[in-house]
Design a protein around this ligand. Structure first.
Ligand SMILES: Nc1ncnc2c1ncn2[C@@H]1O[C@H](COP(=O)(O)OP(=O)(O)OP(=O)(O)O)[C@@H](O)[C@H]1O
Length: 420
């Protein structure tokens, strides 16, 4: 496990005024507009053809330019894990490296916390790279003859941090990734997973708010990879960094991503939360991509809960309850008070009995002992519950408010891969 810290690396003061002035939402930390990258050949001519909608293949033929990014537009929100996913050659690494201008964009803008990186002079760009954006590479990028603590200190040396402070920060960062006690080892004495932790520690030690991670876990074997993913999520929850994470692995993207951008042939074809991508794929390409995913692990009760129709207020009375159930063709109604607090359900037979006994208090027949779940529960966890009862499962938030119901039909539709 990565160690807990009480003094998590602090965020630099936000430049919200600057950001707002540029028209981006306040919680945006990276804003990418009209980004294009062409490699080789006559790029002016190629950009012109690209603007005219000419295909990548034709552009390569007539100008010798490879179009790596066509026209990327996206925002990364502060504190999220923004995953860029796509097959090999789709342009992921190029996009990532344009964010800190390790690769020079051919057109478009990248604004990081109000700083237009694409127009920054050399000095400003160096500052951004040293203090705002750190990078974690797939092949770890460690210096083989330096001890781990010296490797982690490297970025701080570049920042000009004096020796005692950088040693303290490096040791602290090694502790964060669970490598306390390994400070004096050499990289070759560590496993791949441990080496990648050092890569991560080096990025964390710089205090950068933004971490760019390029296929950071792809070189690790599956078990270690899964462990590192869990630990990254844990670390992220405690440190509130902003992460841009590149992967070609859909499962990894779905597991880590607050939002995912799916790339194809240099273009972003969809940006959405894992649930949005699974429930509302933008086109056939995305649909084909996600077809084998176990959707019930990702989609939550809250996402498919039916919110309307099925509720009644406790004061409504049994006659109205019976009428509503007949209109809906349902044998149950879910009762919530005026503050949306969930009270339970009423059954049609009980309501009919009250009507025949001329009793008006619906409260007497509310059944509180019914299956409930929280909105963030993955559907996979509800399958057994749904199989053991005919009553729909009530989705109730932690504060007791009623969010809707999940019935067997919508659960089965989701398991069968039907998108809504
Ligand atoms: N230095 C370069 N010179 C010419 N073409 C390049 C260069 N770097 C990348 N490309 C091309 O740009 C396109 C996008 O490459 P990029 O490496 O960004 O894709 P990727 O999605 O990150 O792929 P991978 O997962 O294999 O790293 C590809 O067609 C690639 O061949």
């Amino acid at each position: 496990m990565l160690a807990t810290t009480s003094d998590a690396l602090t965020q630099t003061p936000s430049t919200t005024a600057e950001t707002a002035a540029r028209g981006a939402p306040l919680d945006t930390t990276i804003s990418v507009r009209g980004l294009r990258k062409l490699y080789g050949g006559d790029s002016d001519k190629a950009l012109e053809l690209l603007a005219q909608g000419v295909s990548k293949e034709k552009i390569l033929e007539s100008t010798g330019c490879t179009v790596a990014i066509q026209d990327a537009n996206f925002e990364v929100r502060r504190g999220e894990i923004f995953v860029i996913m796509g097959l090999s050659g789709s342009g992921k690494s190029t996009v990532l490296r344009c964010l800190n201008r390790l690769i020079e964009p051919s057109a478009g803008s990248v604004v990081v916390d109000g700083i237009d990186v694409t127009r920054a002079d050399k000095q400003r760009l160096l500052e951004v790279r040293r203090r705002k954006i750190a990078m974690v590479f797939q092949n770890f990028g460690l210096l083989p003859h330096r001890s781990l603590v010296h490797n982690v200190e490297y970025g701080l040396e570049m920042q000009g941090v004096e020796k005692a402070t950088r040693r303290a920060k490096a040791l602290h960062a090694l502790g964060l990734v669970g490598l306390q006690g390994y400070a004096d080892k050499l990289p070759r004495e560590l496993s791949g997973g441990m080496q990648q932790r050092v890569g991560l520690a080096r990025a964390l030690a710089t205090d950068s708010d933004i971490l760019l991670m390029d296929e950071a876990f792809s070189a690790l074997d599956p078990l270690i990879r899964k462990q590192m993913q869990d630990e990254l999520l844990d670390l992220q929850a405690r440190m509130n960094k902003t992460l841009v994470f590149i992967t070609h692995d859909l499962d990894e993207a779905l597991k880590l991503g607050s939002r995912i951008a799916i790339m194809r042939d240099g273009a972003i074809v969809q940006i959405g939360t894992p649930e949005e991508i699974l429930t509302r794929p933008a086109n056939d390409y995305v649909r084909a991509f996600i077809q084998d995913v176990d959707r019930t692990r990702i989609i939550t009760a809250g996402a498919i809960a039916k919110r309307s129709d099925v509720v009644i207020h406790p004061k409504a009375g049994p006659a109205l309850a019976v009428k509503r159930m007949r209109e809906l063709g349902s044998s149950t109604l879910f009762v919530m008070d005026p503050l949306r607090k969930f009270l339970g359900l009423v059954h049609i037979e009980d309501a009919l009995r009250l009507v025949s006994e001329n009793v008006h208090d619906l409260g007497r027949i509310i059944r509180a002992d019914v299956p409930t779940t929280t909105p963030d529960t993955p559907l996979a966890k509800l399958v057994a519950v749904a199989a053991s009862t005919r009553i729909p499962i009530s989705v109730v938030a932690e504060d007791g408010t009623f969010q809707g119901i999940v019935d067997r039909a919508s659960l089965l539709a989701c398991i069968a891969g039907e998108t809504r």
